[in-house]
Design a protein around this ligand. Structure first.
Ligand code: TMP
Length: 242
């Protein structure tokens, strides 16, 4: 079983990542239903977004802009949204003992603003630590798909946002980024093929997640006051940026 050093004392933090149209949002929903059916308290959320303020930042990021958006501006927007989301939603849910399923998180910043936009990865990692309050996912699922397949799915499903409309080259760099990150962090990040039917992919997801549920209580008591996160992580966060 995966036991990263900074796992929260209770709760489980799972992030879902991938290129546009890879099906991660559908899989987050299916996994959420699967876990709730088994009695686990599960919070589904997304980045950028997840709080009213962070959702406003999401609109700023994704709206088709009349002016060019600098890569650093993009990074600061997603990081600002993340800080708010972690403080308001993710940390309290983990402290309650919930399973948090987050549609995109720190690895999207590295893949999009780092690998694809060209910002320095080590700097983004430090900024991620600050924005995430040093919180790391216990498990990250990367749903992998050729970018042309994902973009075609996306085109047929919704209006394309500012980032969807980037070049094929940009999206290929994002995919390379996720696959590279998975090689760098093989314990935390698992790559699943997203080519199969959503049911088949959902089975693959359940096979990875189920062994991690051993310490999670079912039927969490919501009336209990949220415990604060352990201090070592907080002090780590304070020193994250040098
Ligand atoms: P999506 O969640 O519907 O795919 O849309 C979110 C978009 O935001 C997607 O194009 C990736 C982008 N994004 C970043 O560029 N950096 C980030 O850190 C995050 C979380 C998302």
């Amino acid at each position: 079983m995966m036991t990263p050093r900074n796992r929260p004392p209770r709760g489980l933090f799972i992030t879902l990542e991938g290129t546009e149209g890879c099906g991660k949002s559908t899989q987050a929903k299916l996994l959420g239903e699967h876990l709730r059916n088994q009695g686990y308290d599960t919070v589904e959320t997304r980045e950028p977004g997840g709080t009213p303020l962070a959702e406003k930042i999401r609109s700023l990021l994704l709206d088709r802009a009349d002016e060019p958006v600098a890569p650093e501006t993009e990074a600061f927007l997603v990081l600002a949204a993340r800080r708010q989301h972690v403080a308001q939603v993710i940390e309290p849910a983990l402290a309650r003992g919930s399973i948090v399923l987050c549609d995109r998180f720190i690895d999207s910043t590295l893949a999009y603003q780092g690998y694809a936009r060209g910002l320095d990865i080590a700097t983004l990692e430090r900024l991620n630590r600050l924005a995430a309050h040093a919180l790391m996912p216990d498990l990250t699922l990367v749903f992998d798909l050729p970018v042309s397949t994902g973009l075609a799915r996306r085109r047929s499903a919704a209006e394309l946002n500012r980032l969807d409309r980037e070049s094929l080259r940009f999206h290929r760099s994002v995919r390379t980024g996720f696959l590279d990150l998975a090689k760098r962090h093989p314990t935390r990040i698992k790559v699943l093929s997203a080519r199969a039917s959503k049911e088949t992919v959902a089975h693959a997801v359940a096979r990875v997640v189920t062994p991690m549920l051993g310490h999670i209580r079912r039927g969490v008591d919501h009336n209990r006051p949220a415990a604060s996160r352990p201090s070592p992580q907080k002090s780590q966060a304070r020193h994250a940026i040098r």
